[in-house]
Design a protein around this ligand. Structure first.
Ligand code: GUN
Ligand code: FE
Length: 423
């Protein structure tokens, strides 16, 4: 058996808004599975090697539950259009380049390395419609130590004919081919990914729903992001009262479904998410960048919905989930200032919980560094940052969301494996 023991100031987001902080504590894993956080090392581990990180913070790594891998090269560009024009003008041509496997290999290797070196070890990720590039993405994630779900995108209408679009028959055949290849991965698994309702014919949606059911596959898509998009969906599905019903009627709406954005989901749509156990993925940077709006996250939480965070690169301009966490807090403050009900904004520990434990729950983990969870942890140093007084562990934890020193991230473990070490 391999025992991993990390010593430092351990922050475990065991409950929303209530982190457990153990200074000089020990985070222990056996064969990559956490056995506990201990203030003193239990006798049974005497003699086992301890990696002592002094006063460094030892934190859970992030779960980024919505991002687009083929949009990584676009990061920071194309910020002058709203959603539908942004998709047509910038996004579809950028994704079309992934027909080239060499390009895909190069970009995806860089993406996987950047995720790990920023503490993201679990993802739910959109690829492009290309099967080969999707398999390359899965290989590169697995090699780097990023775990989670990847989806070959399905899109057989209203995209970019001749540039980025499949026929229904191609979409089904290529999804079958992709699924048949996925057995070779151990930490990256397939997730069905209809891009969004306007991109998929009823025939394709019905096939995806049937396939999800028959093969027990999870599902990810977009929901109620933007006003023009919502109106378009209404025209495409006059039989549906609301956007969510266009997924539900094809069997794509259950407790293994992730829906990104939900900016404009009203009480009825939110109730449908709660009832089905759908997880909302809040993407605050993207929602501002492509002028979608500000999602009512506090209301969703009060109503008991499952909410996690996503960078949504490259609608989002930050891959770093520390930044996305800060953006979620800011978005909730905007919501408080603009919503007549004055919903309370997210505290730092609450937003941290969404970025870590809430996302990890989608992969079956218990909140925080709970015994039984695979070890997903990162070590952060902050000793070079100036401070006006000796900060408490809690203050240091809250500061790290907004501010980190150069080279702050010292080491990262993913599913029990050390996958990053600062030089
Ligand atoms: N809706 C459909 N496709 C996309 C996409 O790539 N990004 C975002 N933000 N919304 C979408
Ligand atoms: Fe998206």
């Amino acid at each position: 058996m391999t025992t991993t023991i990390l010593k430092g100031t351990i922050v475990s987001a065991a409950a929303a808004g209530a982190p457990e902080i153990t200074e000089g504590g020990y985070l222990v894993a056996e064969d990559g599975v956490i056995t506990g956080v201990f203030p003193t090392l239990p006798e049974r581990y005497t003699g086992a090697p301890v990696e002592d990180f002094g006063s460094c913070l030892i934190l859970q790594t992030f779960a980024d539950l919505h991002l687009h891998a083929p949009q990584y090269p676009m990061l920071g560009t194309g910020m002058d259009l709203t959603l539908l024009d942004w998709l047509n003008t910038y996004t579809f041509p950028a994704e079309a380049r992934f027909a080239d496997p060499d390009y895909a290999r190069d970009v995806y290797r860089k993406l996987a390395a950047e995720l790990i070196s920023h503490g993201t070890t679990r993802v739910a990720m959109f690829s492009s419609l290309h099967t080969d590039a999707t398999l390359i993405l899965m290989e590169e994630l697995e090699r780097a130590g990023v775990t989670g779900y990847v989806g070959k995108v399905n899109m057989d209408r209203n995209a970019a004919p001749g540039v980025l679009e499949e026929t229904t028959e191609e979409s089904i055949r290529e999804t079958e081919r992709w699924l048949a290849e996925c057995g070779r991965f151990s930490h990256v698994r397939p997730m069905l990914t209809p891009r969004f309702t306007p991109s998929c014919t009823d025939e394709l949606m019905a096939w995806l729903g049937k396939t999800a059911r028959e093969r027990g596959l999870p599902i990810q898509s977009h929901l109620s992001e933007n006003d023009r998009e919502i109106e378009w969906v209404r025209q495409l599905h006059p039989d549906c009262t609301q956007y969510w019903e266009t997924y539900a009627k094809f069997g794509l709406w259950n407790d293994r479904t992730l829906m990104a954005h939900c900016v404009w989901s009203d009480e009825r749509e939110r109730a449908a998410m709660k009832e089905a156990g759908v997880t909302v993925v809040h993407c605050p940077d993207s929602n501002v960048n492509v002028c979608s709006g500000t999602a009512p996250v506090r209301t969703m939480l009060q109503e008991g919905l499952k909410v996690a965070l996503g960078s949504d690169i490259a609608g989002g301009d930050h891959l770093d989930m520390f930044d996305v966490t800060a953006s979620a807090i800011r978005a909730s403050k905007v919501r408080q200032m603009t919503d007549s009900a004055r919903p309370a904004f997210l505290t730092v520990p609450e937003a941290w919980y969404l970025a870590t434990s809430a996302g990890a729950a989608f992969f079956g983990e218990a909140p925080g560094f709970a015994p039984g969870n695979p070890l997903h942890a990162m070590v952060l140093s902050d000793d070079a940052l100036p401070q006006s007084h000796a900060l408490t562990g809690r203050e240091r934890f809250e500061r790290c969301v907004y501010r980190r020193q150069p080279g702050a991230l010292r080491a990262v473990w993913s599913a029990g494996r050390k996958v990053y070490e600062a030089e």
